[in-house]
Design a protein around this ligand. Structure first.
Ligand code: B12
Length: 349
């Protein structure tokens, strides 16, 4: 068989690959990837047209409750092994400066930036991959000790954007140019622009950008004057108290909540916290769509697990009562509420 030459042809191989992920067949998955390399498919394509879309599909199956968390973890582990096998096969020698690649503090999605790191390596850069959740202070001290041409920071969850901003600023103080990426900055990178930082939609664009230092340094300033209203800071300060109030409200409103197991409470409190963290991030970048996109996602995930959309709506109402003195938060919560109502009527329809 000749080597697949188009993305569509790779897609055929992809279904076999996905089956290996589903069956947790590590050797099968590695064989598919190395088979492509042996057939002459460039390593970069194997990473970006096979491993990356398969991982996105893993996420969709988890979100639809078709795959368990354990299946997702097994598949992700296999993808990591595949990336390592592809990197070992290609074994590029660095001819250019050092790029430090790291996840934002609190960010555990290390595989997407790992793919970026390998693509940068394939393009000749010497890459130091620091992996998941790197505290800002440690990143900065690393940058002080090692001469870096640029730092590439990853963020998969928009709720980490305020942390991302602090980290970007910390790197800038070390005079190292920063490029960011990952779905946390929005599909079109609009929240990166708000934070005043260079953004790349994918690994090849990141590679082009780091090769163009003037472009990397030529970024418009952050537009965050709305933070003067203090809503973001006050919400963060009141986070614990707001969750306690929402739990009390839930106990009163939903009699069956009194019989929740501790695991059910853990996940409920986790969701109550996520709602606030996404609301806080939306306030930080002053964009209600960050919050409504999250609400849509949460409703879809919960309804696929048998939790009605109304449960999210009632929590948003509770937060809206508690935050009635916060005009922007009130507006964002109302938009989230409308999104829940739309999802509810779509489900009924
Ligand atoms: C694997 C995975 C995990 C693993 C990560 C392990 C690891 N080693 O990476 C674990 C189990 C830790 C995890 C945890 C969680 N996850 Co998760 N995860 C995923 C999953 C399935 C795959 C991620 C991946 O590898 N994607 C493949 C890459 C290639 O795709 P990509 O992001 O588009 O990357 C490209 C570009 O964005 C860009 N890019 C990416 N990063 C960077 C960085 C730079 C610097 C640059 C320049 C470019 C760039 O280049 C890439 C290649 O071209 C995604 C689904 C998805 N669609 O991605 C969910 C997903 C991201 N997770 C999700 C969620 C909700 C979570 C949790 C909150 C779940 C929970 N309740 O605990 C936690 C949060 C943990 C945390 N604080 O970080 C949601 C996020 C939804 C949302 N509304 O934001 C997703 C989308 C799943 C879903 N469909 O609902 N997750």
């Amino acid at each position: 068989m000749s080597a697949p030459t188009t993305r569509a042809e790779l897609t055929d191989v992809w279904s076999g690959y996905l089956e290996s992920l589903q069956e947790a067949d590590e050797y099968g998955a590695i064989e598919v990837a190395t088979g492509l390399l042996e057939d002459g498919v460039p390593a970069e394509r194997v990473l970006l047209d096979l491993v990356a879309p398969a991982q996105a599909e893993v996420g969709e199956r988890w979100a639809r409750n078709e795959w368990s968390v354990a299946q997702e973890h097994a598949a992700t582990h296999i993808s990591e092994q595949v990336v390592a096998a592809v990197a070992a096969y290609a074994a590029p020698r660095p001819t250019r400066g050092r790029i430090v690649v790291a996840c934002m503090d609190g960010e555990w999605h290390a595989l997407p930036p790992r793919l970026v790191a390998e693509v940068l390596r394939l393009r000749g850069w010497q890459v130091t991959f620091l992996g998941a959740s790197v505290p800002a202070a440690h990143l900065v001290s690393y940058l002080h000790r090692h001469d870096a041409h640029a730092v590439a920071l990853a963020c998969a969850l928009p709720m980490r954007l305020p942390h991302a901003h602090r980290m970007i600023e910390a790197c800038r103080r070390s005079d190292v140019p920063v490029v960011v990426g990952g779905r946390g900055f929005g599909v079109d990178g609009r929240w990166a622009r708000r934070l005043g930082v260079a953004w790349a939609p994918d690994a090849p664009s990141a590679a082009d950008l780091v090769a163009d230092e003037p472009a990397l340094r030529r970024v418009p300033p952050a537009r965050l004057s709305h933070l003067a209203d203090d809503e973001y800071a006050s919400l963060v300060k009141r986070r614990g108290e707001l969750i306690d109030e929402a739990v009390a409200d839930l106990r009163e409103r939903v009699p069956s909540a009194r019989d929740y197991t501790s695991a059910q409470w853990d996940s409920t409190i986790g969701d109550l916290g996520y709602i606030l963290d996404f609301l806080a991030a939306a306030l930080y970048v002053d964009d209600s769509t960050l919050f409504t996109e999250f609400v849509d996602w949460l409703v879809a995930v919960l309804t696929s697990r048998g939790v009605p959309a109304g449960a999210v709506g009632a929590t948003l109402d509770q937060y809206a009562r508690a935050l009635r003195d916060f005009p922007r938060a009130t507006r964002f919560l109302a938009r989230g509420r409308a999104s829940v109502a739309a999802a509810g009527s779509a489900a009924t329809g």
